[in-house]
Design a protein around this ligand. Structure first.
Ligand SMILES: Cc1cc2nc3c(=O)[nH]c(=O)nc-3n(C[C@H](O)[C@H](O)[C@H](O)COP(=O)(O)OP(=O)(O)OC[C@H]3O[C@@H](n4cnc5c(N)ncnc54)[C@H](O)[C@@H]3O)c2cc1C
Length: 396
């Protein structure tokens, strides 16, 4: 089937992924019609700021830099906000939005992810909040009004950042995770212990190696029971246990899924003229729900959409944990390696902890974790990684 060249590029999603592709494409092509469609109100905001907005004394709406109308003007694009895409008809290059049909020349799926939920028992399991959008955050801040204590489920990046932010704003925070240390998917154990100590020093109560079993309404707030039987009271319960890429729409259209919406190195899905990126996508089989990979993917995809097929080339991309109690920078190893601690830190104190991950056989650098003042070594270690050995960076 041939497709009319004047049909728009339609981008579904106005998060970082959708808006960055639109901005990059517009830089390359002043003419191509661009339509963005979003279930939310189309505001542009920095999602990472949601987990440190209290410390910055920012109300949720102060995080919005431009509303949908301003974004439409800037990008010379049509923006349909509060509009949910219900179906993709890949063969006829159509989308169904609120019962209406829209034809596309090229379609970009930038749908984001849903917060994962763990099954909980109890009469108030449904009251547990999660935050993965500005609207979620507005609800969360409303519930914090008059509250004193928060139970946080999940000590990953987002859980640790929220815990720190809430503690800085004087909430009594209990952070609960089945792993033995916080940031267990990012950090080797000893570094994780150091983060745990830092969070505790900043007033966060940790309950590690345990999960939440039940959430019931109490006289004030909620009564939680942990898997070891311990009871915890909290006025608000926030879950931050991870994200599940939004794949349903693509799956219904017969598009291949592999952890996320599967794409090749050009962000091309298995359906002609349909691309994906951001938290919903598994680019070459890998979901990378962070800002830097999204920016790189968006720039390459914009070139492809503008007619110059461009592979996404990811450089080494460090992840930064924005918790002032434990500033942390990590380059996650792609393969299993051996961790060693390179600084002369002996007491597991946070400051200056370097952990380096190297290939067991040939000593190639695979990743690193830096805590506290050691985060200053980020640039030198990134350089060392590209040079093939950590030694040059360590001799400084
Ligand atoms: C609290 C928090 C802190 C974070 N901190 C960091 C950090 O410090 N560093 C970092 O690198 N990353 C961080 N991240 C991750 C980063 O923010 C995300 O990876 C990124 O914002 C995802 O952007 P996205 O555009 O893929 O998805 P989203 O921002 O979720 O956008 C998805 C869009 O799709 C739309 N949509 C979905 N389904 C439909 C439909 N059917 N019809 C129409 N529209 C639809 C939604 O309305 C929305 O506009 C953080 C995330 C959170 C939640």
């Amino acid at each position: 089937m041939s497709h009319d060249m004047d049909l728009p590029v339609i981008i579904v999603g106005t998060g970082l992924a959708g808006y960055t592709v639109a901005r990059e494409l517009r830089k390359l092509d002043a003419q191509v019609p661009i339509t963005l469609i979003s279930e939310d109100d189309g505001s542009f905001y920095s999602k990472p700021t949601l987990s440190n907005a209290l410390a910055m004394n920012k109300a949720p709406h102060a995080l919005v830099t431009f509303d949908a109308r301003a974004m439409g003007t800037q990008l010379n694009a049509s923006i349909l906000s509060h509009s949910k895409v219900e179906r993709i008809l890949a063969d006829t290059h159509e989308l169904i939005v609120d019962g209406q049909s829209f034809r596309y020349g090229k379609l970009v799926l930038a749908l984001g992810a849903d917060a994962r939920r763990i099954p909980l028992a109890g009469d108030s399991a449904g009251d547990v909040l999660s935050v993965n959008s500005l609207d979620d955050y507005v609800r969360f801040r409303k519930r914090l009004e008059g509250a004193q204590s928060v139970a946080l489920l999940g000590a990953g990046l987002i859980g640790c950042e929220f815990a720190n932010d809430l503690a800085l704003a004087n909430y009594k925070v209990t952070l609960i995770d089945p792993a033995a240390t916080p940031l267990s998917r990012l950090l080797p154990e000893r570094a994780g212990h150091a983060v745990a100590q830092a969070l505790e020093r900043h007033g966060v109560r940790l309950r590690l190696g345990r999960s939440v079993a039940t959430v019931n309404r109490a006289e004030r707030g909620y009564a939680l029971t942990l898997s070891d039987g311990e009871a915890i009271d909290a006025d608000v319960v926030l879950s931050a246990i991870g994200l599940a890429p939004r794949t349903q729409l693509a799956e219904q259209a017969g598009i291949a899924i592999e952890g996320g919406i599967r794409t090749d190195a050009y962000c091309r899905t298995s359906a002609a003229d349909i691309y994906a990126l951001g938290d919903c996508a598994a680019i070459e089989g890998k979901v990378q729900p962070y800002v830097l990979p999204i920016m790189h993917a968006a720039r390459a995809l914009a070139r492809t959409l503008a007619g110059e097929a461009t592979r996404v080339a990811f450089p080494i991309m460090p992840v930064t944990v924005k918790a002032p109690a434990s500033p942390t920078v990590v380059v996650l190893p792609d393969e299993t390696g051996t961790w060693r601690y390179a600084s002369n830190v002996s007491d597991e104190s946070l400051d200056g902890l370097h952990a380096l991950c190297e290939h067991a056989a040939d000593g190639r650098p695979l990743g690193f974790a830096l805590l506290g003042s050691a985060t200053q070594a980020k640039a030198a270690l990134l350089k060392a990684m590209t040079s093939g050995s950590f030694e040059s960076a360590l001799q400084r």
